[in-house]
Design a protein around this ligand. Structure first.
Ligand SMILES: NC(=O)c1ccc[n+]([C@@H]2O[C@H](COP(=O)([O-])OP(=O)(O)OC[C@H]3O[C@@H](n4cnc5c(N)ncnc54)[C@H](OP(=O)(O)O)[C@@H]3O)[C@@H](O)[C@H]2O)c1
Length: 237
C-alpha cells in the first residue's frame, strides 16, 4: 500500500536523513531524496533506496523550496509525506552570537521548515491527505546554555508542529521527532557527557530516529501535534 505513497525527506544524503530514507524505502514508500551540497552521498543513498529520485535545493531560499515542490509534483505526481530533517547546528556563547550566526541557524532550522510545510501541505491537500514529520531536537525541549540560538529554532519547530496540526487537521497530521544524542559522527566532550547522563547509557542511532518517523507517517489522523523524544530518556533528567 505504501508503494504509491511519495515521501520527501530533506537533508537525506547522509547521517540521520539517510537512515530515515533507507527505513522508509524498506517500508515500501516511494522516497524522494533532497540534498544541497552532498551530491555524491545523495546519489549513494538514492541507490541504496532502490533508485530513489533526487531533488537539489538550498533551503535558505523560499523560491528554491517552492521550485523543489513543484518539481516533486511534476516528476512524482503528488506528495503524501514530508520529513523535514535538514538543519544546522552551531555552538556559541549567547553573548557572542551575531546577527549572521542567528540567521545561519534560523534560516534553515525554522524558516525553511515552515515554508517546506506550507509547500508540502498545498500538494497534500490536492489529494486530501498527508503526513508531516518535523525533526526537532532535545534542544527544543531542554535549555542548552551554549546553544540558545539553536534551542530557540528547535523550540520553534515544536510549536510550528503543534500549530500546523491544528491548522491542517484532519487531512494532514503534523508531528515531531526530537532526537537526543545520536551517534552518527564523532561525539565531542559535551555529547559524551550527555551520553553518560542518559538513562539508556548510550547514544541513539539513525535507525531509532527513523523508526519514530515511520510510526508517525503510518499513524492515522488521530495522532497529530505530538512530539516524541528519541533520547534514551535524557529529557526526563
Ligand atoms: N545528530 C544528532 O545527534 C542530533 C541531535 C538532535 C537533533 N538532531 C536533528 O536531526 C536532524 C538530522 O541530524 P544530522 O546530525 O543528521 O544533520 P546534519 O548532518 O547536520 O544535516 C543534515 C543535512 O541538512 C542539510 N542542510 C543543511 N543546510 C541546508 C541548506 N541550506 N539547504 C539544504 N539542505 C541543508 C545538509 O544537506 P547537504 O549535506 O546535502 O548540504 C545536511 O546533510 C536535524 O534536524 C538535527 O537538528 C540531530
Amino acid at each position: 500500500m505504501n508503494s504509491r505513497r511519495v515521501v520527501l525527506v530533506t537533508g537525506a544524503a547522509k547521517r540521520i536523513g539517510r537512515g530515515i530514507a533507507m527505513r522508509l524505502a524498506a517500508d515500501g514508500y516511494r522516497v524522494a531524496i533532497h540534498y544541497h551540497g552532498s551530491e555524491r552521498e545523495a546519489r549513494e543513498t538514492a541507490e541504496a533506496c532502490g533508485g530513489a529520485e533526487l531533488f537539489r535545493a538550498n533551503l535558505e531560499s523560499v523560491a528554491e523550496i517552492q521550485a523543489m515542490f513543484a518539481e516533486v509534483e511534476e516528476r512524482l505526481g503528488g506528495l503524501y509525506g514530508l520529513v523535514n530533517n535538514a538543519a544546522r547546528f552551531t555552538r556559541f556563547d549567547p553573548l557572542e552570537v551575531t546577527e549572521a550566526d542567528w540567521d545561519f541557524i534560523h534560516s534553515v532550522n525554522l524558516k525553511a521548515t515552515f515554508f517546506c510545510c506550507q509547500a508540502g501541505a498545498r500538494l497534500m491537500l490536492k489529494s486530501g491527505e498527508g503526513r508531516i514529520v518535523n525533526v526537532s531536537s532535545l534542544g527544543g525541549i531542554r535549555p542548552w546554555a551554549e546553544h540558545a540560538h539553536y534551542c530557540a529554532s528547535k523550540a520553534g519547530v515544536i510549536m510550528l508542529t503543534r500549530a500546523l496540526a491544528k491548522a491542517w487537521g484532519p487531512a494532514i497530521a503534523v508531528n515531531s521527532v526530537a532526537p537526543g544524542v545520536i551517534g552518527v559522527g564523532e561525539l565531542d566532550e559535551r555529547a559524551q557527557a550527555m551520553v553518560r547522563a542518559t538513562p539508556a547509557l548510550r547514544a541513539g542511532t539513525a535507525e531509532e530516529v527513523a523508526g519514530a518517523v515511520a510510526y508517525f507517517l503510518g499513524a492515522g489522523e488521530f495522532v497529530t501535534g505530538q512530539v516524541l523524544a528519541v533520547d534514551g530518556g535524557l529529557s526526563q533528567r
